[in-house]
Design a protein around this ligand. Structure first.
Ligand SMILES: Nc1ncnc2c1ncn2[C@@H]1O[C@H](COP(=O)(O)OP(=O)(O)OP(=O)(O)O)[C@@H](O)[C@H]1O
Ligand SMILES: [Mg+2]
Length: 234
């Protein structure tokens, strides 16, 4: 479904992606991992056409995404940092996004599942970090798309909201959807991910299942296996 070939991206002298080759098949959950600043968000944004690569190609369903934009209608994206207009009420923002996207949506059930009813009339700049993240999640899951990209979805969530998020992911995965998820919460990754994609020094350093990673690093503990990759002592 997603094919990335020889992708390079630098920000002035900072070479962030240095020849990334990656293939993501349809269906399942891919965790994109790597240290802070390793280029996870940059890679995600390149897939979304929000970051223009210096070199390389990205194909989505066999089509080159370069200079295209319509393909984005079929991707849901949860940004790592959501810059909501602070003066809007939660209900106004949800309505605005529904109007903008002009595709079928189902926000009511999600609002209820995340317990957001009491906040609908509140302005976004008055919300706590975790509540903002719940709004961010409602905006992402209220549309039906085959590809869902979540950049640090667990940020600020309390344990109940985290459970709701995991249920939502499992529910949508069952429909055959594909997820790209970044997270620094290894317990969450271990629970949800089918495959790990590990970015280091601008390249894909490892791609495989958690079991394959454990075998490679000789570490049964997932967190330690990831730490071993980062330390490059495998
Ligand atoms: N718009 C930009 N302009 C300049 N540099 C940028 C820009 N976006 C990202 N970078 C740089 O690119 C590198 C990779 O950043 P990126 O946000 O992709 O990392 P990340 O892996 O998502 O990190 P984190 O785990 O902290 O979310 C960093 O050095 C960052 O400073
Ligand atoms: Mg990031």
């Amino acid at each position: 479904m997603i094919q990335i070939q020889e992708l390079h991206k630098r920000f002035s002298k900072n070479k962030v992606l240095i020849g990334v080759d990656l293939e993501i098949q349809n269906g399942g959950i891919y965790a994109i991992l790597g240290p802070n600043g390793s280029g996870k968000t940059t890679l995600i944004k390149a897939i979304l056409g929000m970051v223009l690569p210096n070199k390389g190609k990205i194909h989505l369903n066999q089509k080159d995404i370069k200079n295209q934009w319509k393909y984005r209608e079929n991707i849901e994206y949860l940004p790592q940092i959501a810059n909501f207009p602070g003066n809007l009420k939660v209900s106004e923002l949800i309505k605005m996004i529904i109007d903008l996207r002009s595709k079928p949506s189902s926000s009511d059930e999600l609002i209820q599942r995340f317990g957001l009813e009491p906040f609908l009339d509140k302005k976004l700049n008055t919300l706590s970090g975790g509540t903002k993240q719940k709004v961010n999640l409602v905006l992402t899951f209220m549309f039906d798309s085959p590809l869902i990209i979540l950049d640090e979805p667990t940020t600020g969530l309390d344990p109940i909201a985290l459970l709701t998020l995991k249920e939502l992911i499992a529910q949508e995965k069952k429909k055959g959807k594909t997820f790209l998820i970044t997270s620094h919460i290894m317990q969450f990754v271990e629970e949800v991910a089918d495959e790990i994609v590990y970015l280091l020094e601008g390249q894909i350093y490892f791609k495989g299942t958690i079991e394959e990673l454990q075998n490679l690093t000789h570490k049964t503990n997932f967190e330690h296996a990831i730490a071993a990759l980062t330390a490059q002592n495998v």
